[in-house]
Design a protein around this ligand. Sequence first.
Ligand code: NAD
Length: 468
Amino acid sequence: MEKYRILINGKSEGTTSHQPVHNPATREVVGMMPVAMPADLDRAVTAAAEAFKNWSRTSDAERKAACHAIGAKIEEHAEELARLITLEQGKPLNGLGSRFEAGGSAGWAHATAEFDLPVEVIQDNEQGRVEVHRKPLGVVGSITPWNWPMLIAVWHIVPAVRTGNTIVIKPSPYTPLSTIRLVELMNEVLPAGVVNVVTGPDTLGAAMSAHKGIAKMVFTGSIATGRKVMASAAETLKRLTLELGGNDAGIVLPDVDPKAIAEGLFWGAFINGGQTCGAMKRLYVHDSLYDKVCGELVELATRMPMGNGLDEGNVLGPIQNEMQFNKVVGYVEAARQSGARILTGGARPNGPGYFYPITLIADIADGHPLVDEEQFGPVLPIIRYSDVEKAIELANNNPHGLGGSVWSSDASKAKEIALRLECGSVWVNKHGAIQPNAPFGGAKQSGIGVEFGPEGLKEYTQLQTVYC
Ligand code: NAD
């Protein structure tokens, strides 16, 4: 089995110990993750700090070109990377799966290359000139989750590189291989030390967020871990971007055509088998069309092929790991015991993988863990409402605030309601669509700061006001 290697200062390095990485579709080992030691992290941070001296002084044009070169490298190796993502993450090659992830990663790199943070002139008159400059921070530490391992790595690395920072990334131990390969490819087009990768257990992440040599942490993962990152970053007052969990509500108004919106609702909830931060995780449907919407979703659920992601016909894959699988099963069993109605799914199929069918649960309400908490899997609670004001109140009565959506044939009415939802992104008649030029971030406990577009780039800079 291939032993993967960490990459520090442009050099791929072996480690003394390794840990197996499993394919969640088969539970077979697909590669061996190198286990980096705290001393390896120290060396990676030192290499990044050394590289920062030159990289922070490169021209804007040079950094732009470097980000395009990263995009081109990903394109050139898109199929290889997609297969690696499918092997370690489980998502299918097709549909909104790993080819989509690899293509999105390349697209994001190219788009990010083109964002600018020009010097802002606040004043220019006889009293003097005042300018605002954006300068890189230093070494960025990046910690990523297992659901979109490569896309999120690109979201962390490319803006850092674009703004003149250097970076050390630590991917999730469940999905480290595609990130290692991505960083190897990046190092073919970047100076040594600009992008480094270390892999290992959660404790390596903890060491990173406390590290004195790191100026900023960009973290994507659960709220619980985000809190730990924030606490340990406090000692050195690190800059922070935290992209955390979500429990997005969708509200379906009584004026929609259930058939017309069904597919949008389905993929809004079940992209990557529901293992997506900004997926719809609670659906509030008006009483007058509740049964019709449920029926349309059941129909879609029963005909979307789920299976091994390497089989071209599948559009849904397994849950990524055993811990998450057990969590999802627990939510469904608790719902079942409380008397909720399981419309489809709800039973584990035979076989070695962590497959769990699309599960739609009706006659469930707020106050139930499946509604109140983030399930992060192929299960959707569908809640009946009769007063839209109550639905808005329930949607907002949650500590999460990542996204939300409103579904209606009256776009302006939907937008009015959308604006009342307490979340960082909100959609009308769709859910979860994101793009590189639109800022994305969480309200309330779903995060701090934003990614994407010039607003996202700013998070990798220190503002300097110049009076001249
Ligand atoms: P997680 O918090 O368990 O792990 C995320 C990363 O943190 C992993 O790399 C892990 O090794 C590392 N880690 C664990 N303990 C740590 C510690 N004490 N200090 C520092 N790092 C530590 O999350 P996960 O299960 O991998 O991902 C699922 C969660 O991520 C969900 O809640 C999901 O909503 C969220 N997520 C959010 C976004 C977003 O943009 N808002 C995107 C994707 C996923």
